[in-house]
Design a protein around this ligand. Structure first.
Ligand code: ATP
Length: 448
């Protein structure tokens, strides 16, 4: 079940052949649909996102050339593998000139087809990575601060090793960003970076999230599900808030690190895995070890290298560049051109004590960009937002003020947690259900 997000459409007018290809591909975990009709195939491709079409060359209703040309009209990026017999290889080669990725000879070992399919999947995820890299934001990975410079330098050195890394630091300092940076600089960069926030799940759910489960292995396990450890195959698993993993989960993770295999919950099958582990926490693990909440052997196993990221207020020499960098990044994302930042605002932001670190600075800038009507970021907008919040209390009943304050705070926390509901609920000290109820009652929507 390694490839379930990769969707394949098999087109062949022999339904028995469709079934056997579908069986082989599904057993590798691909999501597969089949059809014996080219027109239905095109309709399916128009309506659903597919990544690959595996099609017979000679269909009753359309030949391979025509089909490829129609497929490419629907989605030029959709790859096609032509299935053919020995006698028609010439046509298949011709089809490749017209845009097919490759061809597969029907009588050959299906392993060949699986190899081609895996190649296309790899290419597809590389394309996605390049796309998200250019869309998202590269992060600001330079610093004028000595301590931060050392951290970036060590991160780059550690990246090329396979050592486990533990990242420490307050919330919002950029631990996940650094974990991602280590992944991108490593030999595993072509594979996935898989983040899991251990705080967002109960212990049972966390284990199922990490190791996956078989259908029916516990109440609510409606289907087989692959876990995040398995999804990180050859890549990097990032366990955020590792201090929240229970002792039981720590033992299981330790065993996985030692044996290099996992068993999905409800299964005895060993699945070999190979991944790099990066953990992060903003809690004092030493204290947790003393209190018996964190296993010492697990701690040593995950912290071959430990990097402590300083809070933003301890690297004031970086704040101005970070402001300019984030402003550019956010204005690009919001489509709003920001030409200038008032010097008074810069002064204010340089002296501000960021309890929420880079995340808080980013949120303040985002608000200022939204409020700016002429492309200039101004200090008064920041202050008027704060004053506005204060003046509300002079006009309303106590209940209304309470509701408004709660609403503002929940909205702020949601922004702070990048819209992540479970994390927001945890930080607010309520359950997800209670958060949902509050959001409904106070008409709160998650900002996109
Ligand atoms: N070097 C950087 N350049 C640009 N943006 C950054 C940088 N570091 C962090 N950020 C931004 O700050 C926000 C918080 O970063 P991140 O999630 O990595 O912090 P964290 O330390 O993992 O927080 P938490 O402990 O709450 O999970 C994100 O929106 C991220 O994009």
């Amino acid at each position: 079940m390694k490839h379930e997000s990769f969707r394949i459409l098999v087109v062949d007018d022999e339904s028995a052949y469709c079934d056997s290809l579908s069986f082989i591909l599904k057993s590798e975990g691909y999501a597969v649909n089949t059809t014996t009709n080219s027109f239905t195939a095109l309709e399916l491709l128009r309506q659903n996102p597919y990544h690959l079409v595996i099609s017979d060359f000679f269909m009753d209703d359309m030949d391979g050339f025509e089909l490829i040309s129609e497929i490419k009209k629907i989605n030029a990026d959709l790859e096609v593998i032509i299935v053919t017999g020995y006698g028609s290889v010439k046509h298949a080669v011709e089809a490749m000139k017209k845009g097919a990725f490759s061809y597969y000879i029907k009588s050959h070992d299906p392993a060949e087809l699986l190899l081609e399919t895996a190649k296309i999947k790899r290419l597809h995820s590389l394309k996605e990575k390049v796309q998200s890299f250019s869309e998202s934001s590269h992060h600001l990975m330079k610093s004028k601060n000595k301590k931060m410079q050392q951290i970036i330098e060590i991160a780059e050195k550690v990246a090329v090793s396979d050592a486990n890394v533990l990242l420490l630091g307050e919330s919002g300092v950029g631990k996940e960003v650094i974990a991602n940076y280590i992944h991108e600089k490593s030999n595993r960069a072509a594979y996935d970076f898989v983040p899991v926030n251990c705080r967002s799940y109960s212990s049972t759910l966390l284990e199922s999230e990490l190791f996956g489960h078989e259908k029916g292995s516990y109440t609510g396990a409606l289907g087989t599900r692959i876990g995040k450890v398995e999804s990180a195959q050859h890549g990097t698993l990032f366990l955020d808030e590792i201090g929240d993993a229970t002792l039981d989960t720590q033992i299981k993770l330790l065993r996985v690190l030692d044996t290099k295999y996992i068993e999905r919950i409800g299964s005895n099958e060993h699945i070999n895995i190979d991944f790099r582990l990066i953990c992060a926490t903003n809690r004092g693990l030493a204290e947790q070890i003393q209190q018996g909440e964190f296993r010492e052997d697990f701690f040593y196993r995950i912290s071959t290298f430990t990097l402590e990221i300083p809070p933003l207020r301890e690297r004031p020499e970086d704040i101005e560049e970070m402001i300019r960098f984030l402003t550019q990044q956010l204005s690009h994302r919001t489509g709003k051109i920001i030409g200038d930042i008032e010097p008074e605002l810069i002064d204010y932001l340089l002296q501000y004590s960021y309890q929420g670190n880079i995340r808080e600075l980013k949120n303040m800038l985002e608000r200022l960009i939204i409020l700016s009507s002429d492309g200039i970021l101004r200090k008064k907008d920041l202050l008027s937002h704060q004053n506005q919040a204060q003046s509300l209390s002079m006009k309303y009943t106590l209940k209304e003020v309470r509701n408004q304050t709660e609403k503002d705070y929940i909205e702020q926390m949601l922004r702070h947690m990048d819209g992540h509901l479970s994390n927001t609920a945890t930080r607010l000290g309520i359950t997800r259900r209670q958060l949902f109820n509050k959001m409904q009652q106070l008409h709160i929507q998650i900002e996109k």
